[in-house]
Design a protein. Structure first.
Length: 197
Protein backbone atom coordinates (compact mmCIF):
# COMPACT_ATOMS: atom_id res chain seq x y z
CA UNK A 1 0.00 0.00 0.00
CA UNK A 2 2.77 2.43 0.95
CA UNK A 3 4.60 1.72 -2.33
CA UNK A 4 1.48 2.49 -4.37
CA UNK A 5 1.07 5.71 -2.40
CA UNK A 6 4.63 6.72 -3.21
CA UNK A 7 4.15 5.84 -6.87
CA UNK A 8 0.91 7.81 -6.91
CA UNK A 9 2.61 10.88 -5.43
CA UNK A 10 5.40 10.60 -7.97
CA UNK A 11 2.94 10.32 -10.87
CA UNK A 12 0.95 13.29 -9.63
CA UNK A 13 4.13 15.35 -9.30
CA UNK A 14 5.25 14.35 -12.81
CA UNK A 15 1.86 15.42 -14.17
CA UNK A 16 2.08 18.79 -12.39
CA UNK A 17 5.62 19.40 -13.64
CA UNK A 18 4.61 18.44 -17.18
CA UNK A 19 1.51 20.64 -16.97
CA UNK A 20 3.62 23.59 -15.82
CA UNK A 21 5.98 23.14 -18.78
CA UNK A 22 3.13 22.82 -21.27
CA UNK A 23 1.16 25.79 -19.91
CA UNK A 24 4.30 27.95 -19.86
CA UNK A 25 5.18 26.93 -23.41
CA UNK A 26 1.77 27.00 -25.09
CA UNK A 27 -0.51 28.98 -22.78
CA UNK A 28 -3.59 27.67 -21.04
CA UNK A 29 -5.96 27.49 -24.01
CA UNK A 30 -3.53 25.84 -26.42
CA UNK A 31 -2.38 23.22 -23.92
CA UNK A 32 -4.05 19.82 -24.31
CA UNK A 33 -4.25 17.11 -21.67
CA UNK A 34 -2.78 14.76 -24.28
CA UNK A 35 0.37 16.91 -24.46
CA UNK A 36 0.64 17.01 -20.66
CA UNK A 37 0.44 13.23 -20.28
CA UNK A 38 2.81 12.68 -23.21
CA UNK A 39 5.41 14.95 -21.54
CA UNK A 40 4.88 13.15 -18.22
CA UNK A 41 5.08 9.71 -19.83
CA UNK A 42 1.67 8.76 -18.42
CA UNK A 43 -1.84 8.15 -19.75
CA UNK A 44 -4.96 10.31 -19.87
CA UNK A 45 -6.76 8.02 -17.37
CA UNK A 46 -3.82 8.65 -15.00
CA UNK A 47 -4.33 12.40 -15.39
CA UNK A 48 -8.01 12.12 -14.44
CA UNK A 49 -7.10 9.98 -11.45
CA UNK A 50 -5.43 13.07 -9.91
CA UNK A 51 -7.15 16.06 -11.53
CA UNK A 52 -10.75 16.72 -12.51
CA UNK A 53 -9.71 18.85 -15.46
CA UNK A 54 -7.00 20.92 -17.08
CA UNK A 55 -8.42 23.89 -15.17
CA UNK A 56 -7.91 22.08 -11.85
CA UNK A 57 -4.25 21.36 -12.62
CA UNK A 58 -3.68 24.97 -13.70
CA UNK A 59 -5.38 26.32 -10.56
CA UNK A 60 -3.19 24.12 -8.36
CA UNK A 61 -0.04 25.36 -10.08
CA UNK A 62 -1.11 28.98 -9.62
CA UNK A 63 -1.90 28.36 -5.94
CA UNK A 64 1.49 26.68 -5.45
CA UNK A 65 3.22 29.67 -7.01
CA UNK A 66 1.23 32.19 -4.95
CA UNK A 67 1.93 30.37 -1.69
CA UNK A 68 5.61 29.82 -2.47
CA UNK A 69 6.29 33.41 -3.50
CA UNK A 70 4.35 34.80 -0.55
CA UNK A 71 6.43 32.66 1.81
CA UNK A 72 9.68 33.70 0.10
CA UNK A 73 8.76 37.38 0.57
CA UNK A 74 7.77 36.83 4.22
CA UNK A 75 11.05 34.99 4.81
CA UNK A 76 13.00 37.82 3.15
CA UNK A 77 12.08 40.21 5.98
CA UNK A 78 15.16 41.67 7.68
CA UNK A 79 14.80 41.51 11.44
CA UNK A 80 15.98 44.21 13.83
CA UNK A 81 19.51 44.48 15.17
CA UNK A 82 21.58 44.81 12.00
CA UNK A 83 24.32 47.39 11.98
CA UNK A 84 25.07 49.58 8.99
CA UNK A 85 27.84 47.26 7.78
CA UNK A 86 25.63 44.18 7.85
CA UNK A 87 22.54 45.80 6.34
CA UNK A 88 23.84 45.88 2.76
CA UNK A 89 24.54 42.13 2.74
CA UNK A 90 21.25 41.43 4.54
CA UNK A 91 19.38 43.25 1.75
CA UNK A 92 21.29 41.29 -0.89
CA UNK A 93 20.42 38.01 0.87
CA UNK A 94 16.80 39.09 1.18
CA UNK A 95 16.49 39.90 -2.53
CA UNK A 96 18.40 36.78 -3.52
CA UNK A 97 15.87 34.65 -1.65
CA UNK A 98 13.07 36.08 -3.80
CA UNK A 99 15.00 35.78 -7.08
CA UNK A 100 16.05 32.23 -6.14
CA UNK A 101 12.41 31.19 -5.66
CA UNK A 102 11.46 32.73 -9.00
CA UNK A 103 14.34 31.02 -10.78
CA UNK A 104 13.86 27.59 -9.19
CA UNK A 105 10.93 26.63 -11.42
CA UNK A 106 10.85 28.89 -14.50
CA UNK A 107 7.66 27.33 -15.91
CA UNK A 108 5.78 27.87 -12.66
CA UNK A 109 7.03 31.47 -12.49
CA UNK A 110 5.90 32.15 -16.06
CA UNK A 111 2.43 30.86 -15.19
CA UNK A 112 2.02 32.62 -11.85
CA UNK A 113 3.72 35.93 -12.58
CA UNK A 114 2.83 36.49 -16.24
CA UNK A 115 0.26 34.10 -17.79
CA UNK A 116 -2.38 33.46 -15.15
CA UNK A 117 -5.46 35.69 -14.94
CA UNK A 118 -4.71 35.73 -11.19
CA UNK A 119 -1.26 37.26 -11.75
CA UNK A 120 -2.52 40.80 -11.18
CA UNK A 121 -3.95 39.80 -7.81
CA UNK A 122 -0.85 37.81 -6.91
CA UNK A 123 1.37 40.83 -7.62
CA UNK A 124 -0.90 43.07 -5.54
CA UNK A 125 -0.58 40.63 -2.61
CA UNK A 126 3.19 40.45 -3.01
CA UNK A 127 3.48 44.24 -3.11
CA UNK A 128 1.46 44.35 0.11
CA UNK A 129 3.79 41.86 1.80
CA UNK A 130 6.82 43.83 0.62
CA UNK A 131 5.25 46.99 1.99
CA UNK A 132 4.78 45.34 5.41
CA UNK A 133 8.42 44.20 5.40
CA UNK A 134 9.60 47.69 4.44
CA UNK A 135 7.53 49.39 7.14
CA UNK A 136 8.95 47.08 9.81
CA UNK A 137 12.48 47.56 8.48
CA UNK A 138 11.91 51.32 8.38
CA UNK A 139 10.76 51.20 12.02
CA UNK A 140 13.96 49.27 12.82
CA UNK A 141 15.87 52.34 11.60
CA UNK A 142 17.24 50.83 8.40
CA UNK A 143 15.69 53.25 5.91
CA UNK A 144 14.72 56.91 5.70
CA UNK A 145 11.69 57.79 7.80
CA UNK A 146 10.16 59.80 4.96
CA UNK A 147 10.29 56.78 2.62
CA UNK A 148 6.90 56.02 1.05
CA UNK A 149 6.71 52.26 1.68
CA UNK A 150 3.86 51.72 -0.80
CA UNK A 151 5.72 53.50 -3.62
CA UNK A 152 8.97 51.69 -2.81
CA UNK A 153 7.28 48.26 -2.64
CA UNK A 154 5.64 48.81 -6.04
CA UNK A 155 8.97 49.92 -7.55
CA UNK A 156 10.79 46.95 -6.06
CA UNK A 157 8.20 44.49 -7.33
CA UNK A 158 8.26 46.06 -10.81
CA UNK A 159 12.05 45.72 -10.96
CA UNK A 160 11.97 42.11 -9.77
CA UNK A 161 9.15 41.24 -12.18
CA UNK A 162 10.91 42.72 -15.21
CA UNK A 163 14.40 41.43 -14.39
CA UNK A 164 12.96 37.97 -13.78
CA UNK A 165 11.49 37.98 -17.28
CA UNK A 166 14.44 39.37 -19.23
CA UNK A 167 17.44 38.27 -17.15
CA UNK A 168 16.64 35.44 -14.71
CA UNK A 169 14.37 33.10 -16.68
CA UNK A 170 16.53 33.15 -19.85
CA UNK A 171 19.59 32.44 -17.68
CA UNK A 172 21.44 35.70 -18.44
CA UNK A 173 21.93 36.53 -14.73
CA UNK A 174 21.89 34.49 -11.52
CA UNK A 175 19.70 35.26 -8.49
CA UNK A 176 22.84 36.44 -6.68
CA UNK A 177 23.86 38.83 -9.46
CA UNK A 178 20.36 40.30 -9.76
CA UNK A 179 20.05 40.69 -5.98
CA UNK A 180 23.34 42.58 -5.79
CA UNK A 181 22.48 44.84 -8.74
CA UNK A 182 19.01 45.59 -7.35
CA UNK A 183 20.42 46.38 -3.91
CA UNK A 184 23.13 48.58 -5.43
CA UNK A 185 20.55 50.60 -7.40
CA UNK A 186 18.43 51.28 -4.32
CA UNK A 187 21.34 52.02 -2.02
CA UNK A 188 23.41 54.18 -4.35
CA UNK A 189 21.13 55.27 -7.21
CA UNK A 190 22.55 56.28 -10.56
CA UNK A 191 24.53 59.39 -9.70
CA UNK A 192 28.32 59.32 -9.75
CA UNK A 193 28.94 60.47 -6.19
CA UNK A 194 32.56 61.37 -6.96
CA UNK A 195 31.46 63.97 -9.52
CA UNK A 196 28.91 65.71 -7.27
CA UNK A 197 29.88 69.18 -6.13
Amino acid sequence: MRKQGAIGKESRLRLLEAAAEEFALSGFYQTKISSIVARAGLTQPAFYLYFESKEAAFAELVADFRNGLSQAVRDSHIGPGKNREDLKEAVVASLEQIYRFLGRNPALTRIGLYLSPESVGIKAEIAGLMEQNLIEEQQAGYYRQDLDAIFFAECLLAIIERLTLIKLLPGHETPSQLARQTQDLFFYGILDMQQRS
